[in-house]
Design a protein around this ligand. Structure first.
Ligand code: FMN
Length: 335
């Protein structure tokens, strides 16, 4: 389907329980992205009526996160959120201090991911923060609802980053989540256009979350070669690494991810690939544009991405296209 012409005109609001919950216009979230979720991108998405999210751990210290939140505020007065990814690491970042920087900055929407939000719920509730918990299974979504999160973002097997170990794609995961949850939720993984948004709504979700599509937007602070590669690549050009370690990550297919898959399949341990998968090498891909410098996250949705567009245009055109799809579908199937 050809993309409708980019537009700066506000698209008519696409209202769902999710937009009502957060006071936004359109049910489109730009998920947290390490090294990518900075002020310019998040503000562009929020300014267009979606929910932009800045990524806490991209900032080296809580004080710098507070400054990034301030910078985002200067660019938009609409709601935006902060992603707090909680992954088991040898030297964990000072989560409490990041949490404190978020609430002291007056942010009231947090996307948690990586592990259970439980240790953080009381603190966020006390400070009036609404938590959107991102997870990859219905059981974790149900648990998060029980813990008091305001909404869930459910990531199917298609997604960039960590799809979990259950391998359930969105076509089953999203309606299964709709059956199990009572709180609003957005479908994530594999979404890149208005057809996807219409489909997510049809499956019972209250909106969509996207990473790869926004990684390939004008405001994403990554080298042009990365965006070009996403446009050229197909849905076949990703790799699942760390399967054997039960910590699966979906990343771009390149020399490094091929090598990591090979070493682990041959019985290697994490130590054998540690240097290949370091965050510093992945960061070089984004900053220097050397596509084989390290591993970098991207999802199957890259097969649907055919341009680099301003993030606000993406929000507007996805909403417009979803409306058109829903109308056309009703026409096509009526009497
Ligand atoms: C470059 C990149 C970095 C990401 N980093 C994070 C992260 O730090 N924390 C997180 O919760 N999700 C992260 N994600 C996952 C996204 O927030 C989102 O859940 C995922 O991209 C959805 O799948 P999609 O790419 O098919 O849209 C990242 C995704 C990408 C593409």
């Amino acid at each position: 389907m050809p993309d409708p012409a980019p537009s700066t005109l506000p698209a008519p609001r696409l209202r769902t329980r999710f937009t009502d919950l957060l006071g936004i216009e359109h049910p489109i979230v730009q998920g947290g992205m390490m090294w990518v979720g900075r002020a310019e991108l998040a503000a562009a998405v929020s300014e267009a009526g979606g929910l932009g999210i800045i990524t806490a751990l991209t900032q080296p210290t809580p004080a710098e996160l507070a400054r990034e939140i301030e910078r985002t505020r200067k660019l938009t007065d609409k709601p935006f959120g902060v992603n707090l990814t909680i992954l088991p690491t040898i030297t964990p970042p000072p989560y409490d201090a990041y949490r404190r920087a978020i609430v002291d900055s007056g942010v009231t929407i947090v996307e948690t991911a990586g592990s259970s939000p439980e240790p953080h719920m009381e603190f966020f509730a006390e400070h009036g923060v609404r938590v959107i918990h991102k997870c990859t299974s219905v059981r974790h979504a149900v648990k998060a609802e029980r813990l008091g999160v305001a909404a869930v973002s459910i990531d199917g097997f298609e997604c960039a980053g960590h799809p979990g170990e259950d391998d359930v794609p969105g076509l089953v995961l999203v309606p299964a989540a709709a059956d199990a949850l009572t709180i609003p939720f957005v479908a994530s993984g594999g979404f890149a256009d208005g057809r996807g948004l219409a489909a997510a709504l049809a499956l019972g979700a209250d909106g969509i979350n996207m990473g790869s599509r926004f990684l390939c937007s004008a405001e994403a602070p990554v080298a042009a070669s990365v965006k070009r590669r996403i446009v050229e690549a197909s849905e076949l050009d990703t790799r699942l690494i760390f399967r054997e370690l039960r910590n699966t990550a979906r990343v771009a297919r390149n020399e490094v991810s091929d090598e990591v898959v090979r070493l682990l399949a041959a019985g290697g341990a994490f130590d054998d690939v540690r240097s290949l998968v370091s965050g510093a090498r992945g960061r070089r891909v984004f900053e220097e544009g050397d596509l084989d410098a390290g591993v970098w996250s991207v999802g199957l949705a890259q097969g649907l991405i055919r341009d680099v567009a301003p993030a606000g245009d993406l929000v507007r055109r996805i909403v417009a296209e979803a409306r058109e799809v829903m109308l056309r579908l009703a026409e096509r199937t009526s009497g």
